[in-house]
Write a protein that binds this ligand. Structure first.
Ligand SMILES: Nc1ncnc2c1ncn2[C@@H]1O[C@H](COP(=O)(O)OP(=O)(O)O)[C@@H](O)[C@H]1O
Ligand SMILES: [Mg+2]
Length: 254
């Protein structure tokens, strides 16, 4: 039996009186793309923020690569290899492509016994170019500020960052939102490439065609609870919509 990369056990997260995530258990295995589905407010972002160290769960536990994990901050999760691309995409708009790939982990050269430290920009530029090329991503210039790039190019930078830092799990929250159709296709292609490189991907979306285009398995949340889990090949759009709106719910079956 293959061990799960990520194992979420009976996780609950509350905000005041509101139960955003309610007793959710979920496993993600190596080499798979899993979709996390649900209507707005279902608890998808809150669940993954518990995995990536943004929030701490109130109850339950998270095992990553077989070890019980307590991530106090996002950087703790990232150091273990959990890379997350959030809905609002945490790239620094005023910085260029390579600075973003190294964001928070800049390479510094030491001079005068560490009295003056400068960023090793040449090295970062070289490494960034190699990371982008490994994903067949072409950029006109790596010294362009991020704000001058398209949405799809920004996603690509975030994905290149994950690959460069050797992500063990990639979490993407609504990555194709606000993208044009050609760019959506490009992002889906990058997700497949990540999987081919052995990186499992959790794809949060309510775009059902994306689910059928790239995912192997899926989980649907509604009002904080997991209502079903399926192989993508064993379901269809209409059935998923029924789970999302509450017409179907496996937890009600006796
Ligand atoms: N930081 C927060 N404080 C209070 N309530 C929150 C917070 N984040 C999310 N919620 C609430 O938790 C529920 C789940 O939200 P969320 O996880 O963002 O859902 P989804 O990503 O599926 O749209 C919603 O009712 C939302 O309003
Ligand atoms: Mg969300």
């Amino acid at each position: 039996m293959t061990e799960p990369v990520l194992s979420i056990r009976k996780l609950t997260k509350r905000f005041g009186g509101l139960v955003a995530v309610n007793d959710v258990s979920w496993d993600v295995y190596p080499g798979e793309v899993v979709a996390l589905l649900g209507d707005n407010g279902a608890g998808k972002s809150t669940l993954i923020k518990c995995v990536s160290g943004v929030y701490q769960p109130d109850e339950g536990e998270i095992c990553f690569e077989g070890r019980l994990s307590h991530f106090a901050r996002p950087m703790d999760a990232r150091r273990q290899g959990i890379e997350t691309i959030y809905q609002d995409l945490a790239l620094a708009n005023n910085l260029d492509v390579s600075a973003n790939i190294f964001l928070g982990r800049e390479v510094k050269k030491r001079y005068f016994a560490g009295l003056i430290r400068t960023l090793d920009e040449q090295m970062m530029l070289r490494e960034s170019r190699a990371a982008l090329e490994s994903l067949a991503i072409q950029f006109p210039s790596l010294t362009q500020p991020i704000e001058s790039l398209s949405g799809g190019q920004r996603q690509a930078v975030a994905i290149a960052r994950a690959v460069y830092w050797d992500a063990r799990l990639m979490i993407m929250d609504e990555p194709t939102n606000n993208l044009g159709v050609p760019e959506q296709h490009k992002v889906l292609e990058l997700i497949r490439k990540l999987r081919d490189q052995g990186v499992p991907v959790i794809l949060i979306t309510h775009t059902l065609p994306d689910v059928f285009a790239v995912s192997d398995r899926l989980m649907v949340m509604r009002r904080g609870r997991k209502v079903t889990e399926k192989r993508t090949a064993e379901t269809h759009t209409q059935e998923l919509v029924q789970y999302m709106v509450g017409a179907l719910d496996d937890t009600h079956v006796q």
